[in-house]
Design a protein around this ligand. Structure first.
Ligand SMILES: O=C(O)CCC(=O)C(=O)O
Length: 243
């Protein structure tokens, strides 16, 4: 990660949102670096070293980094996809999420099919705890059964080249209340399978321990994938076939 190349450091405030969006929207076939918001001061200077400021790395680790490629495009994980009745599972994004000590931010409640949409929805996430994930360092929370109870409410789509918007498919109020969420602390090495329609979130990390995880998502390659999805395959990097 070269800070001089990073948009938050390189560009002035006026261009920041635009450039930040492009940096994100063009990250599908790259390895890019996203910072904790609390790691920047009011002038957008890093308050901590980059190792501590990093929030997330994504979204093509599974193609571009040999360690993550070997880990992801793996026979055991292909068997899991088969057992979930995928016919043509395609890995389309991978991420390291860090939740740094004391500054790790929340991940607001969402479902993954909002961001990785097929028609019908088919996304599943494989989420690997690289460290113990506890109530203190920002473990995941799930609304049990929400994938059966609530239809997909919205899609996150491109709006021109450098913007995104939400398109509502259902009533905005149709989602779980806060008290439906249950904490899911896990130990390092655990795999959590995440249904694309299950509502989940994670808390802030105010503790002195980091909470590193690796995750990737797959979709059913046989289903239509709309061209206004934020994450698009490219001729050089089509979505990776798990088998
Ligand atoms: O790791 C987290 O805190 C959030 C991950 C998440 O929401 C996801 O992988 O869909």
């Amino acid at each position: 990660m070269d800070l001089k190349e990073h948009p938050l450091v390189k560009f002035t405030t006026g261009d920041k949102e635009h450039v930040g969006n492009e940096y994100f929207l063009e990250s599908g076939d790259k390895i890019r670096y996203f910072l904790e918001t609390d790691a920047l001061d009011e002038n957008n200077n890093l308050k901590y070293g980059k190792e501590r400021a990093i929030n997330k790395i994504g979204h093509a680790l599974h193609e571009l980094n040999p360690v993550f490629k070997k880990f992801t495009m793996n026979k055991n994980l292909a068997e899991i996809a088969e057992s979930l009745e995928f016919k043509d599972p395609r890995v389309l994004q991978s991420m390291l999420i860090f939740k740094q000590p004391s500054i790790g931010g929340i991940v607001p409640a969402h479902v993954d099919s909002t961001f990785l949409y097929t028609d019908p929805p088919s996304c599943k996430g494989l989420w690997f705890a690289l460290e113990d994930c506890t109530l203190d360092n920002g473990c995941m929370w799930f609304a049990p059964g929400s994938h059966k109870k609530y239809p997909l409410q919205k899609r996150f789509v491109r709006d021109g080249n450098s913007a995104t918007k939400a398109v509502y498919l259902e009533d905005k109020s149709n989602e779980p209340s806060d008290d439906e969420y249950v904490a899911a602390p896990v130990t390092a090495g655990s795999l959590v399978l995440i249904h694309g329609l299950v509502h989940h979130k994670s808390g802030a990390n105010k503790s002195d321990k980091s909470r590193w995880i690796y995750t990737f998502h797959m979709i059913e390659g046989e289903y239509p994938y709309p061209s206004d999805n934020w994450l698009l395959p490219t001729p050089a990097m089509p979505f990776s076939k798990l088998f």
